[in-house]
Design a protein around this ligand. Sequence first.
Ligand SMILES: CC1=C(CCC(=O)O)c2cc3nc(cc4[nH]c(cc5[nH]c(cc1n2)c(C)c5CCC(=O)O)c(CCC(=O)O)c4C)C(CCC(=O)O)=C3C
Ligand SMILES: [Fe+2]
Length: 312
Amino acid sequence: MAKNEVLGLLVMAYGTPRSAEEILPYYTHIRRGRPPSQEQLDDLTRRYQAIGGVSPLAAITERQAYGLAEILNVDGGRKVRPYIGLKHTSPFIEDAVKAMNHDGIEEAVGIVLAPHYSTMSIGSYQKTALTASASLGGPKLWLIDSWHMHPLFLQVLANRVAEGLQKFSSNAEVTTIFSAHSLPEKILQIGDPYPDQLKESGEAVARMLQLKHYTFAWQSAGQTGEPWLGPDILDKLRELAKAGCRNVLSCSQGFVADHLEVLYDIDIEAKQLAAQLGIRLERTHQMNDDREFLKALAAVVRERENKGDETA
Ligand SMILES: CC1=C(CCC(=O)O)c2cc3nc(cc4[nH]c(cc5[nH]c(cc1n2)c(C)c5CCC(=O)O)c(CCC(=O)O)c4C)C(CCC(=O)O)=C3C
Ligand SMILES: [Fe+2]
């Protein structure tokens, strides 16, 4: 192993349009090359406009990647060089792998900025990265499958929920909803670990904080005609309202940044419904580039580096 050589740090994330003009190519890429209808495009454009025109995600991803590298470069371990690889816009994952190869990086750890594994999410980022490195002849990639149960991450997540609960008066009965991006129900047939992982990390936080009232829901399902995992968070709010619940803390634990699914789907759409239902809805702060969060990711990266080829 070339211990003295710089370790590549491939930080993969979803990507977001950086301007209104980029929405069409971005959406077309998400749809695997099929352009959206005018109606779908208008609807997505309207949602970006509602959160200020563009998503803050691009800037947050950069701060997360460079902040993570900064922490790793002073921890006494092998020096790292960060490369950002995005799923649906440039710099694409393939671009990042190409740049590492060009820079002579021989070994790299790859992490996706999403905690839970699904074949449709993390699995597809990994496939793209592995295919690119195989076709270029390097670098060797040590990929991280999921990090939702890392104790340092769970601690940060629990802190966020505890902070969120403090927004309510101490005698209020608050139900915490843990949620993640929905996926097509067909993932269940292949035994995808995603739904179980969401439960696992949510339950862990509930135990740490001894939460009395908490539940799980899915959010941001696509409109593709096929069934998606449910219950949807909006239906969950309706159900909770019927049961007399008046205070809800939303924790979008499947996401690590402020972006459309949080700033629109929760802050605008879910809040509006909650208001109609007589529910006070608050949400936890996202991880963004919070130092404690990046330190948790740094631990995850070092642990994967130490395993090296063992599990590759
Ligand atoms: C699992 C998962 C994550 C979490 C894990 C991860 O982070 O990887 C995630 C994150 C994100 N998804 C995002 C944006 C979008 N996802 C879409 C559509 C879709 N997502 C899917 C899955 C996921 N997505 C799927 C199966 C589709 C349907 C595709 C199809 O049609 O076959 C669409 C299309 C229109 C719509 O449905 O709204 C948009 C605009 C943004 C960026 C937001 C911003 O810009 O701030 C982020 C972080
Ligand atoms: Fe998405």
